[in-house]
Design a protein around this ligand. Structure first.
Ligand code: URA
Length: 239
């Protein structure tokens, strides 16, 4: 047994851009069935496990949605419409829901893994400073990295304004002396860029490649979304 909900509320919670008035009309036009029977009333209570078919399409109830977006440069992590395109503009209609938001921010010029969800509790757990969920970044620097970076970052750097960072894991690429990987356990404003700046270097390209133990799907094209299966969601919180 699932949860009991009004049919109109249930349908609206799963499909963006559909109102309760629309659900009422669909019922009147005999376009919704519940467990094989025509749904006459949109205010009837149904079970979230019921077989609900809207216009021939089975609606599988999910309390929350979790989307992996490979954010391109030039797109902002915001829900507000402004002059720039937002991450929500990249969500295909079949994944779009009311209340979807980016859990955490990447800079406009940063690429990579952004989690979009309507699950405020999970977002809070992932972003809370106490959670220390690791975020992995692939970094291209203006100048070659130096061996000393590893220890300096492992000790916890102090960046501009006297902000103290948690220990971070730096790994220089053996193949390219301007490329490296950095794992942070927090998310201060422009943190990666500010950490390298203190070391006299400059970030020229930044991409987030993992959140917790979940890597960005290497086959997910930049600008595309992928629904994360519920069984995998815990990986976003694990160390
Ligand atoms: N650190 C940065 O400097 N920018 C980001 O977008 C993420 C981490």
């Amino acid at each position: 047994m699932g949860e009991k909900l009004r049919l109109d509320r249930l349908v609206c919670s799963q499909k963006a851009g559909i109102t309760r008035a629309d659900v009422k009309k669909l019922c009147l036009k005999c376009r919704i069935t519940v467990n094989g029977k025509l749904a006459r009333r949109s205010d009837a209570h149904v079970d979230t496990d019921d077989e609900i078919i809207v216009d021939g399409e089975r609606l599988v109830y999910k309390k929350h949605i979790y989307i992996m977006l490979n954010k391109p440069q030039g797109v902002v992590c915001s829900t507000k419409e402004g002059q720039s395109r937002t991450v929500l503009d990249l969500v295909p209609s079949e994944l779009m829901r009311k209340g979807l938001f980016p859990a955490g921010r990447l800079d406009k010029d940063t690429e990579g893994f952004v989690l979009l969800t309507d699950d405020g509790d999970l977002a809070h757990k992932m972003l809370s400073p106490k959670s220390h969920v690791p975020k992995t970044y692939s970094v291209r620097l203006e100048k070659p990295w130096e061996e000393s970076y590893k220890q300096i970052m492992a000790e916890g750097m102090t960046i501009d304004g006297g902000e103290k960072c948690l220990p971070a894991e730096f790994e220089g690429s053996p193949e390219n002396d301007c490329e490296c990987t950095l794992v942070l356990h927090e998310g201060k404003f422009h943190q990666v860029k500010r950490m390298f700046k203190i070391l006299g270097n400059e970030v020229v390209f930044l991409k987030r490649t993992a959140i917790g133990e979940m890597p960005l799907d290497p086959y997910l094209p930049v600008g595309s979304c992928l629904e994360i299966m519920h069984k995998d969601v815990e990986k976003l919180l694990t160390h």
